[in-house]
Design a protein around this ligand. Structure first.
Ligand code: BGC
Length: 358
């Protein structure tokens, strides 16, 4: 009798495994499986995004296949293809390069697997079902307004000297950050109240491929060497995010007279630990807090809604056209952060511990 029961159990187990793995979707345990493709472990924020997504999805009962692609496009393509072949039911993708996943996305579409673009929009593909991000234009607006207020541009005579460092041209977000800030500052540039001494103002001139700290640093070193070693005062450096801001800060520390002329106003985004420490040390003026827990929760919610056929929660159906049409989006709100509110935002909320910032 025992033997019969055990044989029946084995048959049932094999049947479950076959249904789970042999079909186009599903996992061995019968739980729905979500593939989460992240760009890199090199930048702090993506580690947090990945960890939060994994924890929240597991807590909601999903199986998770989380992969990081070392900022290598081909690696990301293969990882996404593997997720499709291994039966993921939904794909959540933060692209390294927005337009490079075309074929993998076509595969997902052919297999009927919905795709959520995570933080960065996936471009030129009609396989993208939804987009969840922070309001990227608002990030730039907040950086621009901070500069406007801190230098009191509306009232002060100026002129003030400024430089600009933007993000990766392959990341659709980068243009939104840049444009949001420039739309606030352009009139002061036109009036001559803000002078970009290097003359480099266009997005293509100020962009930083792969958002790399080293690239931002070497461009900043050139700008300083060519324009600021003669004692010319630099008043402000608009940086789109923390990794590029760090490059600029490194370059200033080594090549600009910060002791004599003082640190310029320097912006950032992400509240990376190293940058928060630099804010506390007076080297970076502000950052933007994008609570990755909020974005992860939203994406888990959208995943559940997609899988159960419910209406998916979006709050923007106008802004993000990926070249094939507008992708329904959910935009979380970015929050201004500086030394005055970091405790409340980052410590009291449990995002970081005191030790993280020492
Ligand atoms: C994200 C930023 C991040 C940057 C570099 C952008 O797509 O929105 O938060 O700083 O990528 O990783």
């Amino acid at each position: 009798m025992k033997k019969i029961i055990s044989v029946l159990l084995s048959v049932a187990l094999v049947a479950t495994l076959l249904v789970g793995c042999g079909g186009s979707t599903g996992s061995a345990s019968g739980a729905k499986k979500v593939g989460v493709s992240m760009p890199t472990k090199d930048l702090q924020r993506w580690n947090q995004d990945g960890a939060n997504m994994e924890a929240e999805l597991k807590a909601a009962g999903y199986e998770v296949d989380l992969q990081y692609a070392s900022n290598d496009v081909q690696t990301q393509v293969s990882q996404v293809e593997n997720m499709i072949n291994s039966g993921c039911n939904v794909l959540v993708i933060a692209a390294i390069e927005g337009s490079s996943l075309g074929e993998a996305l076509d595969m997902a579409k052919a297999a009927g697997i919905p795709v959520i673009a995570y933080d960065r929009l996936l471009m030129n593909s009609d396989a993208v079902s939804y987009y969840a991000t922070f309001d990227n234009y608002m990030v730039g607006t907040k950086q621009g307004e901070y500069i406007e207020q801190t230098l009191d541009l509306a009232n002060a005579a100026g002129p003030f000297n400024m430089e600009i460092t933007a993000g990766d041209p392959g990341d659709n977000n980068a243009g939104f950050f840049y444009q949001g800030a420039i739309d606030v500052l352009q009139k002061y540039i036109d009036e001559g109240k803000l002078i970009v001494v290097s003359g480099q103002t266009k997005f293509e001139e100020v962009a930083t491929p792969a958002w790399a700290t080293e690239t931002a640093q070497s461009r900043a070193e050139n700008i300083i060497a060519n324009n600021y070693v003669d004692g010319t005062k630099l008043d402000v450096w608009l940086c789109s995010n923390d990794s590029t801001s760090m490059g600029v800060q490194n370059a200033l520390e080594a090549n600009y007279d910060v002791a004599g002329l003082g640190w310029p106003v320097i912006t950032g985004q992400d509240c990376d630990k190293a940058n928060v420490k630099n804010m506390l040390a007076g080297k970076q003026s502000m950052s933007i807090f994008k609570d990755t827990r909020t974005l992860a929760s939203q994406v888990v919610k959208m995943t559940g809604q997609i899988l159960s056929g419910e209406t998916v929660d979006v709050n923007d159906t106008e802004t993000y056209d990926n070249g094939t049409g507008v992708i329904p989006s959910y935009l979380c709100e970015p929050v201004f952060a500086d030394v005055n509110n970091y405790k409340e935002l980052l410590l009291d909320s449990g995002y970081y511990t005191e030790a993280d910032l020492q």
